[in-house]
Design a protein around this ligand. Structure first.
Ligand code: ZN
Length: 151
């Protein structure tokens, strides 16, 4: 499934999927959300501690394919210290990047997912944790599923 992915990007994704960062539960989370991608069987739960609308801490747990795990891992690494508005703006950029392959500005480590656009079935794996984090910030109590939204 990685045939067309740049080797370096592939290594980063495999590293994060094997050794996910922030892979634990936060006991004092102020927001949580679950995401489910039935097409692949990915499940992810995001835990956030929000203070004054800024993410003080963020972690996740779950099971799924390498792409969904790596996406959640890099997401948690990237979002500490970001505001709710930052997260929404970044969601739009990541969504555009994984569907078109074009990164809008400096995406940092998130750029490793640009190659995912060549694998339409994997786009939902990559974007799943992003749906979950937006849902957590919005305070949506329902689990999100990739099948109820457009990508
Ligand atoms: Zn998946």
């Amino acid at each position: 499934m990685f045939d067309d992915l740049n080797d370096l990007y592939q290594q980063v994704i495999l590293d994060h999927s094997k050794c996910p960062r922030n892979f634990h539960k936060l006991d004092h989370a102020t927001c949580t959300a679950q995401g489910h991608n039935p097409l692949c069987g990915d499940n992810v739960t995001l835990y956030l501690i929000m203070e004054n609308n800024v993410i003080k801490d963020i972690s996740f747990q779950g099971s799924g394919c390498a792409i969904s795990k790596a996406s959640a891992s890099i997401l948690t690494d990237s979002l500490k210290g970001k505001s709710a508005a930052d997260v929404t703006a970044l969601f739009d950029k990541v969504h555009a990047m994984v569907t078109t392959g074009k990164a809008g500005g400096d995406m940092g480590k998130l750029a490793v997912f640009a190659g995912v656009h060549k694998f339409p079935a994997r786009v939902k794996c990559a974007i799943l944790p992003w749906h979950a984090v937006v849902s957590a910030i919005d305070g949506n109590p329902e689990p999100v599923t990739t099948e109820s939204q457009n990508g």
